[in-house]
Design a protein around this ligand. Structure first.
Ligand code: NAP
Length: 291
């Protein structure tokens, strides 16, 4: 039987609508809209596309968008001064510095300079620690989006065996921490893992965050498994493919995210959600439930 397709695009659209309603209610209570500041350094075409999409989504959700574009030659000192200004700006609830930054800038130092309570990317070490210890904080958008899709599909995740393939700081590690928080039994796999097919074959949940097109084969999967494919790989024919071989996986899995239209749209939706949550916390209000 063919697996159910998890429609991340539709889920993200619904979530963005709910964020828009909550943003209007925040505005009615506080007299101002939640604000997201995005900093773009240089002319990287992919980064320009992402920043434009984030700005558009922010405005569509009824929030205020502040875009700060700077030349690639900006000094680290000048960039840190901009972050400091945004930290102090009362209209700004979320700060996102689009990565990658030019090689002469120390990314870790820039992330460390962001006020952790405005760190809507969830990359600040304070937020990494909060996630690891279960304290409320801001969680990276892509893994948080994956978790929402999983919860929507499976309900309670407790006790399930999950494998996260990939151990990056932006996807794999926070994803594993979130699944531990949900009481899954979690294995993190990476390029040195000895028996990846065996591990995957024992898992109820498979998260693929590798960056290799169609790497995970359908025959490796446990029948009925739920598969979340984070991978976005551009093929020679310009089409997009995930890290999972969708054609074979769909025959074995119980449910699977397509690429495109699965995890991708969730990332921006979760950025809107994180900005809204940050705005509520900064205003001393409880973040809206169910977002
Ligand atoms: P990354 O930093 O390059 O990390 C890739 C991970 O995959 C590493 O931990 C690596 O292991 C592991 N890996 C590589 N080859 C492997 C193999 N043969 N077997 C098992 N593990 C292997 O990538 P990332 O930033 O996490 O991104 C992963 C994918 O997700 C990419 O396709 C990226 O484009 C996509 N992505 C999508 C979104 C979205 O919004 N949809 C957001 C972020 C990323 P080692 O640590 O041992 O090297």
């Amino acid at each position: 039987m063919s697996a159910q397709r998890i429609d991340g695009k539709a889920f993200a659209l619904g979530l963005r609508e709910r964020v828009g309603i909550a943003a209007a209610s925040f505005r009615a209570k506080t007299g101002r809209a939640p604000g997201l500041a995005v900093v773009l350094v240089g002319e990287d075409p992919a980064s320009q596309v992402y920043v434009r999409a984030k700005g558009k989504a922010t405005v569509e959700a009824g929030m205020e968008s502040f875009e700060h574009k700077r030349d690639a030659a900006i000094s680290q000192e000048e960039l840190l001064a901009l972050v400091d200004d945004l930290n102090r700006d009362e209209r700004v609830d979320g700060i996102l510095v689009q990565l990658p930054l030019p090689p002469h800038i120390d990314e870790a130092a820039v992330i460390a300079a962001i006020d952790p309570d405005k760190d809507v990317d969830g990359f600040h070490l304070i937020n990494v620690g909060r996630l690891a210890t279960g304290a409320p904080g801001l969680v990276p958008c892509t893994p948080l989006g994956c978790l929402q899709l999983l919860r929507d599909e499976l309900g309670d995740l407790s006790g399930r065996d999950a494998v996260v393939v990939g151990r990056s700081n932006i996807v794999g590690k926070p994803m594993a921490a979130l699944l531990v928080r949900e009481s899954c039994t979690v294995t993190i796999a990476h390029s040195r893992t000895r028996d990846l097919p065996g591990l995957i074959g024992r898992s109820d949940i498979v998260i693929a965050a590798i960056g290799r097109p169609r790497f995970i084969k359908g025959e490796w999967l446990k029948p009925g498994a739920t598969v979340i494919d984070v991978g976005v790989n551009r093929l020679e024919d310009k089409k997009l493919a995930g890290d999972v071989d969708f054609a074979t996986a769909v025959e074995v899995a119980g449910a699977i995210t397509p690429v495109p239209g699965g995890v991708g749209p969730m990332t921006i939706a979760m950025l809107m959600r994180n900005t809204l949550v940050a705005a509520h916390r900064r205003a001393g209000l409880a973040p809206p439930a169910g977002l």
